[in-house]
Structures are given as structure tokens and as C-alpha cells.
Ligand binder design. Sequence first.
Ligand code: UD1
Ligand code: CA
Length: 455
Amino acid sequence: MTSLNVVILAAGQGKRMRSRLPKVLHPIAGKPMLAHVIDKARALLPAHIVVVYGHGGETVRETLAAADVVWAKQEPQLGTGHAVLQALPHLDPALPTLVLYGDVPLTRGATLANLVAIADTGMALLTVELADPTGYGRIVRHDGAIQRIVEEKDADAAERAIREINTGILVAPTAALARWLPTLGNRNAQGEYYLTDIVALAVAEKLALRSAHPAAIWEVEGVNSKSQLAQLERIHQHRCADALMEQGVTLADPARIDVRGELVCGMDVSIDVGCVFEGRVELGDEVSVGPHCVLKDVTIGAGTRLNAYCHLDGATVGADNAIGPYARLRPGTTLADDVHIGNFVEVKNSTVAAHSKANHLAYVGDATVGSRVNIGAGTITCNYDGANKHRTVIEDDVFIGSDTQLVAPVTVGRGATLGAGTTLTRDAPPEQLTLSRAKQVTVPGWQRPVKQKKD
Ligand code: UD1
Ligand code: CA
């Protein structure tokens, strides 16, 4: 494929979002709309990507600082033609230029590649037929050949009846843009410099002018309101769900899954309703994810079962684990194989070796837990002294009785048993029972107080 320039128009205000956040930063699948457009552009391997920004522009630039693009400021915003003019100095005049909108996030790469291909050395417009074309620029043809684009506000009744509309996405020779854009006028209903006026100029120059349709209308739908944002989010999520099912993943309901990043699944993975996947999530073969789990940046080994309502963030889980319901794994957690983490158990910055269990109500933080360890209900690693964090080491084959506090730094030696209710402040030696507990007493002859009678 020949190389190209890409210009992304993103200077519009987006008042109808009713938000302090610039429109193009509103997320689809957890990622700013503009980042979707930049990624689609980048996949075409262009020589230059120029983003035209304006309103709220500094926030846009800061948020997408990592994106390797050229920023061109448009201030004030005098129309789409004026916007592309701002990008012109950054474009290679020998390459064609593809114009995209920062608020049209879901265009497929294949649609763009096709448009670039059919443009060749001429011009190409991405158009679509709409049942209700209200508000859009209309494609005026004569004997099938495109003559010009007329904006809704400038159109007469016959032109308004045209259902083929301009999506705004087009390819044009950059040298021609350099010739045309400075000559555009703004004597139209909106007093703007219309990029669309270049179509008539191309026709006058007898430049080859082609058009193509996207495979689906949502590819060219823009976001102007929260309602449109939500509609495109659902379309995007349905496509993610379809792709997962295509790979063999079982989804309890493809309408009730949200993938806000990259979800990689092995064979025979099943995912129940209401789950949210963020960042990069990898699920091994035969992993099952129960309803309403939230997973962010986690790797889960084969055969592991996540029960309902688990929250996992920055964790690595081995094979054949049983997690939850209601478990929380926080960043820095690494669980080996056959580990059980049960309800209301929180694990943070800890490693747990194979065959160990913490089945109920525990906090395991900054700990190194060995193999075949049993952590009883209500166990807490007291890792924080108010100023610093300290580690707890629990060696292999340890049994920790319920309601134990391990005041770190502390080590429980291999095979040790801690009696229920222990507050461990010094290391527990291996193979022995350690407990800290006031001796149990029974008070002979003690009687319960009785309620005094009122006279
Ligand atoms: C534009 C097209 C119209 C098309 C429609 C598709 C023109 C004159 N009209 O109309 O034919 O049917 O898009 O949605 O091009 N922008 C800037 N700077 C500006 C003005 C706009 O960067 O000065 C950006 C906006 O942020 C947006 C895009 O350009 O991403 C389109 O702007 P918008 O105001 O939505 O264009 P329309 O008038 O709807
Ligand atoms: Ca628009």
C-alpha cells in the first residue's frame, strides 16, 4: 500500500455532551474516542498523523501525550476546510491525505484501506445512504457522477431529498489540497470554510473522483451526545462479544459483557453475565468466570474457577484455583496452582504457593505464603505500622488458626501451628504449636444478674 498522511479533525466543541471533558476524550470501551481513531489511522502505517485540536485542546494533548502524532491547533474554529488548512504544513505534499473525524470512533480499518486504494492518485469520498439524512451534507450526482456536496443548511428542497450523505471521511491529493484550501470562501449559511467545497473544485479540474460505502452504518456514526456515545459503546461491545464467541468462548449473554481492553482466551472458556474486563486479561483453557466479576490486568491459569462477584486487579493466578465468591486480589498477587481463595478474602502484594487455602474472611498483604498452608477464618497480616509496610513469611505446611493476627515483620516456621486467636508478634518456630491467649477460666458459683423489680 502507498503511504499517506492522515488528518484527524478534533477541534469541535461537543456542547451536547454537557461535560467538562472535551468530546473526543469521552471513552468507548475505556479508551478515549480520539485514541480509537488514532489507532485505526496508525494501522494504515501513514507517514504522518496530524490531529487538529482546539477547544479544551491542552487536556486532549496531555491525555494523549503518549500518542506519537503531530498536533495542529485551530483557533478559532472556522469550519472543516479551515481545520485541514491548519494541518497542511505538516503533511507530505507527495502523498495522499486521508481525513478522519476524532468523534467517529468505530470505522473499520478495511473500510479506510479500501478508500485509500480506490482514491489512487485522485479523490475518494466515503458516503452512505440514510433513511433520514437530516443534518448531513448531501452528495449531488449527475448521471451517477459526483458533482459537489451541499450542506443541509444550504440545500434546496430537491437536494434535501437526496439520501446519500457525506460521512466526512475522504482521501484527497495533498498538493491539490494545498491549492484548494486557501481559496475556499465562507459565503454560506453557516459562514464556515467548508472542506466539502473541494469536491466541486476537483470536478472542475476533472480529477478522478470515486466513492465507497462502509459495510455498516455504525462505522461512520459520530458522537454528539451521551446517548450516541452509549449506542456506539454497545455496538463495539457486541462486536467484541461476537469475536470471542467466534473463537469458541461461551458467553452466558453476549449483551452483558464489557471488554475495555484486550481479552485473550484459551479453549473452552466460559464467562457468565455482567463481567468487566479491563487492560490486558488472559484466561487459560477451561477457565470459568462467574457472574459480575471485574478483572483488570490479570492472567489466569487453566482450569481455574472464579466464582461470583470477584474483583481482580494486577494479579497472576495459577491453574486449577478456586477463587471467590466475593474475593479481592490486588496488585502484586501471585497465586500458584490449586490455591483456594474464598469469600471476603483480600490478597495484596503476596505470593501463595501451591495447594494453600484462605477460605474465609482474611487479609493477606505483603506476605510470602508457602505450600499446603491453611489460613483460618479471620486471619489478618498486620503489615502496616502506620508508617511502613512489613512482610509476613508463612512457610510450607503451616496451619493458622482462626482470628489470628500476624504482626509483621514476622515468620511462621515450616509446619508450625498457630492456635486460634493468636496475636503473633515474634517468629513462630517450625513444627510446634504457638499461641497467645489468656488462660480460659470458669468462675464457680457465678450468677447472671437479674432484672430488679420496680415497686
Ligand atoms: C460535516 C460535513 C458534512 C457531513 C458531516 C458528517 C462539512 C462542511 N460538513 O458537517 O458534509 O455530512 O460532517 O458528520 O465538512 N471540526 C474541526 N474544526 C472546525 C469544524 C469542525 O475540527 O472548525 C471537526 C469537528 O470536531 C468534527 C468534524 O470536524 O470532528 C466535523 O465537524 P461538524 O461540526 O460535526 O461538521 P458538520 O457541520 O456536522
Ligand atoms: Ca457532525
